[in-house]
Design a binder for this molecule. Structure first.
Ligand SMILES: Cc1cc2nc3c(=O)[nH]c(=O)nc-3n(C[C@H](O)[C@H](O)[C@H](O)COP(=O)(O)O)c2cc1C
Length: 298
């Protein structure tokens, strides 16, 4: 969803006048009329949902209590979800995890010097440093696949070891890797290059509300959640776990970045529709949940 569409829907849902919307969204009268027509169904849905949005946080906590839980799909014998999405594309090799030089920084140093870092040097990350970041955050160190269950174990904890995440990377400045959007394969420990328009970095930056670190960071890690992987076992309560799991991932991004002389900044302020569009996600079965910019310290 582009910015104009977003603003049209945003102001229209709040009852702004035609003139106000034309001014705020920077659109012409003809564009307004076209949106009014083509977005009629979306608008109706937003207007119907809008009053619920005022209490959804409170309701979410209330209705995901165990008191409301029913039998899970796992208990009902529904087919188990895959632990990793199948992907195809051009493979970009990474230094193997057992051959990465271990950074010398102590855990104490990494924790105590960690700060959100939003400004970066122009120095690139090495492929080995990137490999280390992915090892710390997303790599599957174990994979079990059977008829009744499939799961991975990683260097971050996850409720029920469901690991409901997929990791994409916007490569801006990593030695030996062409800039562009990639998917990280947690079993093969490699990147898969995704065919995207040349504007992908700017599109992702716009999706992150124009936060400059998205184009300045050496790499932007974009974590998406596949909720059913966790919901198969924990039903609606699983949505709590997604965000808890994401926090663990984020802290390992921070600490691993410190360990390689880089800094990270987490990004939670993004426009969901725009970010899901950038990755080609439907926003329901899979959606962007958390983002981190990483780059060498200035
Ligand atoms: C969930 C979450 C979302 C965040 N989103 C953003 C963001 O969108 N942009 C940003 O500049 N910083 C973001 N931050 C970084 C915080 O602003 C930062 O952690 C906080 O100011 C404390 O500073 P420190 O990390 O240096 O200790 C986010 C942090 C978290 C944990």
């Amino acid at each position: 969803m582009d910015q104009k569409t977003f603003e049209f829907l945003y102001y229209r849902t709040r009852g702004a006048s035609r003139e106000e919307i034309i001014r705020e969204a920077g659109i012409s009268g003809a564009e307004y009329d076209m949106m009014e027509q083509s977005l009629a169904a979306t608008l109706l849905e937003l207007q119907a949902d809008h009053p619920r949005a005022a209490t959804i946080g409170r309701d979410f906590v209330k209705l995901t209590r165990y008191l409301y839980q029913d039998r899970s799909d796992q208990e009902l014998g529904m087919p188990r979800p895959d632990a990793v999405k199948p992907r195809a594309g051009e493979i970009v090799a990474l230094p193997a995890v057992d051959r990465i030089t271990q950074p010398e920084i102590t855990l104490h140093q990494a924790i105590s010097q960690r700060r959100s870092t939003r400004q970066y040097a122009e120095t690139p990350l090495s492929a080995e440093e990137l490999s280390f970041l992915l090892w710390a955050t997303s790599w599957a160190k174990d994979f079990r696949s059977g008829e009744n269950n499939e799961f991975t174990r990683r260097n971050v904890p996850s409720a029920g070891s469901r690991h409901p995440f997929e990791c994409h990377l916007l490569i801006n400045n990593v030695v030996g890797i062409k800039p562009g959007l990639h998917y990280y394969h947690p079993l093969k420990h490699c990147l898969i290059r995704l065919e995207k328009p040349d504007t992908i970095a700017q599109d992702i930056c716009a999706g992150c509300l124009g936060q400059e670190m998205v184009v300045k960071g050496a790499v932007i890690l974009i974590l998406s959640a596949v909720p059913y992987r966790t919901a198969w076992r924990y039903q609606q309560r699983s949505y709590r776990y997604l965000y808890l799991d994401a926090g663990h991932w984020g802290q390992n991004v921070h600490l691993a970045a410190e360990a390689v002389g880089a800094g990270a900044c987490m990004i939670g302020a993004f426009q969901d529709e725009a970010m899901n569009d950038c990755l080609g996600l439907d926003g329901v079965e899979e959606f962007v949940i958390y983002i981190s910019a990483v780059g060498k310290k200035a």
